[in-house]
Design a protein around this ligand. Structure first.
Ligand code: AMP
Ligand code: ZN
Ligand code: FE
Ligand code: FE
Length: 298
């Protein structure tokens, strides 16, 4: 069983359509893939239809932009009802924040003499529900300003760079509770991925587990071997589920191929068990895991 629980499509800043993402997952030999676009459920229906076609299991999820003590924390949410009002309200605020910073970032780029317009970004976003810096990066590539997304982030868009503008993030603890109320489970994505200062330590993770956090993403490209072992031990001590995933963005992110990290089947079963418990306690309607007809050959 090969399980990848963190991937992006064109519903946010991946480069594959949801159907292409699921077909690519099947080609990569995955049995289970979760679609986890930033702050939106927009790709779920198309991905589920493709999963039936190609015969793999699709877990609907999302990666929510949250903040803890001024620091960005990405929260993976699996199987929540996106219509549940506390969660839906937070997602609306986050998506509005994604939109409202774009003009500011473009103004900064124009201040540097780069002629980039909102239409350029809109075209690069291909109708994505969640607009992100990678779309501005793609517009810059299209204009011949940079060679790829990496160069765009390094020169202009990364935190602290000239065109960087911060945006709204949902409070982490509120969001964990909102996901539970919506009948879903939450897992912190790449918890120790960037920078040492202020990242959630063991005591913080234990507290978050107490208020409903189900797991942490241990095996992720942003974690080196020592970090993975430390996080795995913490997950074991606290009782958190340990996941592994690619954070695939299509051709938008190098070194994040589908299945480059995977989740242990036992940990996946635990996570789905917690999701079933949350769904049972919730008054909202959780989406379903789609299982295509078994091929037995993947
Ligand atoms: P935003 O959602 O607008 O805050 O942009 C963050 C997104 O940009 C994340 O999903 C990252 O995966 C992506 N990202 C960050 N740095 C890079 C990079 N150097 N190359 C490609 N994508 C990146
Ligand atoms: Zn992304
Ligand atoms: Fe992330
Ligand atoms: Fe991601």
């Amino acid at each position: 069983m090969r399980i990848d629980l963190h991937t992006h499509s064109r519903a946010s800043d991946g480069t594959d359509t949801p159907a292409e993402l699921v077909r690519a997952a099947a080609r990569a030999g995955l049995d289970v893939v979760a679609i986890t676009d930033h702050d939106t459920a927009d790709g779920w229906a198309e991905a589920a239809a493709a999963a039936v076609e190609v015969g793999i299991t699709l877990v609907p999820g999302m990666e929510i932009s949250t903040g803890l003590r001024g620091r960005s924390v990405h929260l993976l949410a699996y199987l929540p009802d996106p219509a549940c009002s506390p969660l839906a309200d937070e997602l609306t605020r986050v998506l509005a924040g994604r939109e409202s910073r774009v003009p500011d970032m473009l103004a900064r780029l124009r201040g540097l003499g780069i002629e980039i317009t909102a239409d350029d970004v809109r075209a690069a976003a291909h109708g994505a529900a969640a607009t992100g810096r990678p779309h501005i990066a793609d517009a810059l590539v299209g204009l011949g300003v940079v060679a790829d997304r990496t160069e765009a982030f390094d020169r202009y868009l990364g935190a602290g760079r000239v065109a960087f503008v911060n945006r709204y993030a949902a409070p982490l603890e509120t969001t964990i509770r909102a996901v539970t109320e919506a009948g879903g489970v939450s897992v912190i994505a790449h918890p120790w991925g960037r920078g040492g200062l202020g990242r959630p330590d063991e005591a913080t993770l234990a507290h978050l587990h107490d208020i409903g956090l189900a797991g942490i993403e241990v095996d992720h490209q942003d974690h080196d071997a020592a970090t993975r072992e430390r996080l795995r031990a913490i997950a074991r001590d606290i009782g958190l589920v340990a996941t592994g995933s690619s954070d695939y963005h299509g051709s938008g992110k190098v070194d994040h191929d589908l299945g480059c990290n995977t989740t242990d089947p036992g940990e996946y079963e635990r996570l789905m068990g917690l999701a079933a418990d949350a769904s049972e306690r919730s008054t909202w309607t959780s989406p379903v895991v789609t299982s295509g007809p078994a091929t037995g050959t993947a």
